[in-house]
Design a protein around this ligand. Structure first.
Ligand SMILES: N[C@@H](CCC(=O)N[C@@H](CS)C(=O)NCC(=O)O)C(=O)O
Length: 289
């Protein structure tokens, strides 16, 4: 157990420089920090996001809908650089008062509709286009069960395990132990479910898979927090089988490129997407030439 001499004061005070990654953007207050309108493109859907796991859920969903021939799902995807604080611009805050990506505007109807929280966005799109969410009955409930499971569980993986294992300024044993235990428990929940089912909610690919894969699929495929060995992800064989299968879907391959603007392989980054041809013509390697 690490030695700790911290005694909480009677009233907490914000010390801006706590040294952790993201310290420069985190604050205990909400609301816009600067006047900054959002751009508006030509398509019915205007997405403002970043290719983190939460952002990837939505771009995968759009690419899956387009792959099914739903041309009404065309979208403009604009980059929100959360490291630079774009999420605190007035235009973004009007779309999502919680200042977190992903945020979507649906301009397909008479009045624009704002949608924030990735789960709400997935349900909105699934209902609008009639795909990846059964319309009624037990099958719909099971998809919703797992969709809400993801929303409640991933903060322990990202904000808990990922934060203390990868981002905190020092390694503290207590939180790493606590959140590793919980992350492994969650992986075991998924492993047991996927031992009995091809996809998360049964026989069919659904928004539950689309929500869970970027987090837990990413983790077992070694793409999150450099933690695959530490968590012994290979032992979750059913999760690995499912994650590898979903990674091969062409729409998933495209979806994870959108709003990505970091990493070594620039051919796999499409910082903004405004047209299907952008995957061929406007990846970061091509924009540099
Ligand atoms: N529950 C939210 C979580 C969104 C979220 O945490 N987004 C992160 C990136 S993965 C973010 O925008 N962080 C910026 C910040 O906290 O300032 C959802 O599912 O949409």
């Amino acid at each position: 157990m690490s030695e700790n001499t911290y005694v909480p004061p009677k009233v907490w005070n914000w010390e801006q420089e706590n040294g952790g990654e993201w310290a420069s953007i985190n604050a205990p207050t909400a609301g816009a920090r600067e006047e900054k309108p959002l751009e508006v493109g030509k398509h019915p859907f205007q997405l403002h996001s970043l290719a983190t796991p939460n952002g990837q859920k939505v771009t995968i969903m759009f690419e899956e809908l387009l792959a099914l021939g739903e041309t009404g799902a065309e979208y403009d995807a604009y980059l929100i650089n959360i490291g630079k604080g774009d999420q605190f611009g007035s235009g973004f805050v009007a779309l999502n008062p919680n200042s977190k990506i992903p945020a979507l505007e649906d301009r397909s109807g008479d009045e624009p509709v704002r949608i924030f929280e990735s789960g709400s966005i997935l349900v909105h799109l699934a209902e609008k286009f009639g795909h990846f969410l059964p319309k009624e009955g037990a099958k719909r409930t099971e998809v919703m069960n797992w969709l809400f499971w993801q929303m409640g569980s991933a903060p322990y993986l990202g904000g808990g395990f990922g934060h203390f294992y990868a981002y905190a300024p020092e390694k503290f044993e207590y939180p790493i132990d606590r959140f590793t235990m919980e992350t492994k428990r969650q992986l075991d929940v998924l492993d047991k479910q996927l031992a009995e089912n091809k996809f998360i909610a049964g026989d069919e690919y659904s928004i539950a898979d689309i929500a869970i894969w970027p987090w837990y699929g990413g983790l077992v495929l070694g793409k999150l927090y450099d933690a695959a060995e530490f968590l012994d992800v290979k032992s979750y064989k059913n999760v690995v089988r499912w994650a590898e299968e979903i990674a091969e879907r062409p729409a998933v391959k495209r979806g994870i490129m959108v709003n990505r603007a970091w990493g070594d392989d620039k051919s796999q980054q499409l910082p903004e997407r405004h047209d299907a041809s952008d995957f061929e013509l406007r990846t970061a390697d091509k924009l540099e030439d």
